[in-house]
Design a protein around this ligand. Sequence first.
Ligand SMILES: Cc1cc2nc3c(=O)[nH]c(=O)nc-3n(C[C@H](O)[C@H](O)[C@H](O)COP(=O)(O)OP(=O)(O)OC[C@H]3O[C@@H](n4cnc5c(N)ncnc54)[C@H](O)[C@@H]3O)c2cc1C
Length: 451
Amino acid sequence: MNTGIFLFSNDLRIQDNRALFEAARQCQRLILLYVIDERQNNHEQYQCKAVGQHRQAFIAQALTDLAQQVLLLDQHLVIQKGATSEVLKHLVTVYDVDAIYYSATGDHRQQQLFAHYQQQITPIRIGAGKADVNWQGIWQHTLFEQAQLPFALDDIPTTFSKFRRQLEKQVPAIAKPQQLTSLPPSPELLAFDLGSDAALAALLNPDTTSFFDGGSHAGELQLAIYFQSELAQHYKETRNALDDWSSSTKFSPWLAAGCLSPRQVYWALKKHELQQGENESTYWIFFELLWRDYFHWLAQKIGAHLYAFTGMHDHKPLTSFHGERFVKWQLGLTPYPLVNAIMHQLNDTGYISNRARQITASCLVNELSLDWRYGAAYFQQQLIDYDAVVNWGNWQYIAGVGADPRGGRHFNLQKQQQLFDSNNEYIAKWHGEQLAEPIDSVDIVDWPIAK
Ligand SMILES: Cc1cc2nc3c(=O)[nH]c(=O)nc-3n(C[C@H](O)[C@H](O)[C@H](O)COP(=O)(O)OP(=O)(O)OC[C@H]3O[C@@H](n4cnc5c(N)ncnc54)[C@H](O)[C@@H]3O)c2cc1C
């Protein structure tokens, strides 16, 4: 191979980045590229943007961190603003690129995007009398590799329990994280002043405050702090809390953006177990990582069904779309104080706990009778740790069209409040006080409802 491009996506790290390793091994010259594709980021579906301000700021921080790391390896991160296919076309033509490397994913939408890029670029190479670009999508978002799974992709179980039980009969060896010590140089001609700084500056949002700093440095720091503490020893008892920083690992934003690999988390967990002992709680962290893996494999199997109203079982929920209810849910103006508090926290910070996600998702589907895809799309916009296959997979689960053997979850809001916020502390903190208004201002035939 001569000149390759490594196209960064949800893999914003240098270490244990198998796709980047492959690119480094095979190429004599390498362009490290990240594209800020505003058309993709601003693309609206179900009245929501693909990327909201919290995640945007996190990604900008992660890119700043990545750019500094590649400099230490005498390389440069090229950050370009524009349509990804156009940026690729330009670089492929000018620098005679013959291979493009990226992290493969089970997300159907992402796969479609890469198929589209390919369609755009192949004619350019062929037209110039050159061999087609060698596209190398390398799978690395999971703990295991496909060949290690005890089933073929088409036979991935439709419930997590079956997946886990079969896998745990003999847990395949999880590879140790790879250390990258050098990178091939970029092409000599490459002008580095391609506007990377300006593109990055435009992404950084000074109005966004978050508990999370983007980048693998911050991710590795959280990994070290969490596992040096005793928190993992009690994870199983605390993980269900509604709102407490130390109740769960908080690794998700870094995992979702790829600032941390699941294997790095796994091996940090193993080190912790050696030092402080293993118990049910430490096992449960592995259990949750298996959930994450499961959604990645399941997405690869079900393809476009991940985004379908009828989900993976072709089951039609008895829900539809009500504009007013959807907006009130988003803004935290429902008649349910707990749900309101959760939505306020989500909107302010970009993060809510797993318990909070379950409660508010269940409310959207069961109390408000809304099409679950609107909720999933709003989470996509708001969550700092948005991971397509995990988000849509979890929403399907709650809506009863996914991997839940019980056919969906309906959380009793009053009971949840008693269990997780009995003294109303959370509701008070996030201003979820009951709204006096009913959820609908008009009735079924559009008559205003009398107050
Ligand atoms: C409706 C809904 C939408 C969700 N959307 C996302 C999303 O977009 N991105 C995301 O990372 N998680 C999502 N989750 C899963 C879960 O809520 C978060 O992973 C978790 O709250 C993140 O906090 P943590 O890192 O402290 O998790 P921990 O409890 O410490 O778990 C450790 C890791 O295990 C994984 N994990 C935990 N719970 C789940 C789960 N239910 N499914 C899959 N993996 C899990 C995550 O990678 C997490 O970082 C969603 C859950 C629900 C119910």
